[in-house]
Ligand binder design. Structure first.
Ligand SMILES: [Fe+2]
Ligand SMILES: [Fe+2]
Length: 350
């Protein structure tokens, strides 16, 4: 069994686990042979990865926080609907879901698995909010925020782009280059979000900071207010990194996402320039360039799939080799722990 991106699925592959939607309903049953129509449907509804049978290797991964994911996304969706209807919104529902999500994250033994499962390939909006919340909570944990602050950080992250409901969809999904006036419109969404939440929801200052400041940058080049350094809160400084990372790795109608490996490189390059040093360090401490399930090419030309990674040797994961340097599939798979093999290294992802 292995985890495979939906965009890489082929007709005839067999599902190794049930596929659930965001509300926990079964969409496709384990054991079903995939047809192109099923694959199109999975892409359409935003499923980003599924488990398929693969006799060549067994991945020791478990589905990560499926319950928290669907429950948290459903609660976020409800809050967004209430905001559109201008209802007076209580944050308690979201608070409860975020507290549970934090428990699940604390229980997960391999955060690298989490990261591999939260990449969104086919859908944005709610998945993006969930991804930013998970990444922000993980970063906040490493940064040393207490649990009650992590909850507020998570709520802010789930709602950080709420202001986009006031920006025209034609601008948000435009494929070509934005005009200066369209760009000015986009830049208003943090303030739009702040205003609607501050006046309609019992929401904390910390959560509002995430909404207001997630596009600011520490050197003052961000938007909407060009805030600098200390005038941006820690919550805003966390969200600006996690939001940028998820935006870089996600596919959108107008661009294809880059690999986590490249996005991590980009975040590192902006350490101390656009992003706070200490918070970049906290973010990177739990990130894996080569998450479990990721296909990699070695310096020998061999191709394999990452089955294990850890924080200390994260650039040297354990890999199951699938293809030799000539592209021929091995009859018997071989597992190599790169941390123990001095001359072997990952040179890229596929
Ligand atoms: Fe945003
Ligand atoms: Fe965002």
């Amino acid at each position: 069994m292995r985890l495979i991106r939906v965009c890489e699925l082929k007709e005839g592959m067999v599902l190794a686990k049930d596929v659930l939607d965001n509300t926990g309903r079964i969409l496709l049953l384990e054991g079903i042979e995939l047809k192109d129509t099923f694959i199109d449907k999975l892409k359409h509804i935003g499923i980003f990865a599924v488990y398929v049978n693969d006799s060549t290797l067994i991945l020791p991964t478990t589905p990560v926080i499926p319950l928290s994911r669907s429950e948290t996304i459903a609660a976020t969706e409800k809050a967004l609907h209430d905001i559109i209807l201008k209802k007076n919104i209580k944050a308690s529902g979201l608070r409860e879901k975020v507290a549970k999500l934090i428990e699940d994250i604390l229980k997960a033994d391999t955060l690298a698995i989490l990261v591999s499962e939260i990449q969104s390939y086919d859908r944005y909006t709610l998945d993006h909010s969930f991804n930013v919340a998970v990444l922000s909570i993980i970063t906040g944990l490493t940064y040393g925020l207490p649990k009650d602050e992590l909850v507020e950080l998570g709520i802010g992250a789930l709602l950080h782009d709420v202001g986009k409901i006031f920006v025209s969809n034609s601008i948000l999904t435009k494929k070509g280059r934005l005009t200066p006036s369209e760009w000015e419109e986009i830049k208003k969404h943090p303030d739009f979000g702040y205003k609607v939440l501050a006046s309609n929801m019992d929401i904390s200052k910390e959560a509002l900071d995430v909404v207001k400041q997630h596009h600011e940058r520490i050197n003052g080049t961000g938007y909407p207010h060009g805030l600098r350094g200390e005038s941006i809160s820690s919550y805003g400084k966390i969200a600006m990194i996690t939001d940028a990372f998820d935006a870089m790795t996600s596919n959108r109608v107008y661009k294809k996402g880059i690999t986590p490996y490249k996005a991590i490189g980009a975040i590192k390059a902006m350490r101390g320039l656009l992003f706070d040093n200490n918070i970049v360090d906290a973010f990177l401490a739990k990130m894996s360039s080569y998450p479990v399930g990721c296909k990699v090419r070695l310096n020998t030309g061999q191709i394999g799939v990452v089955i294990k990674t850890d924080e200390i040797t994260e650039t040297k994961p354990t890999v199951v080799l699938l293809f030799d340097r000539n592209g021929c599939m091995y009859k018997e798979t071989k597992t190599v722990a790169l941390a123990k093999e001095r001359e072997l290294a990952v040179v890229g992802t596929l």
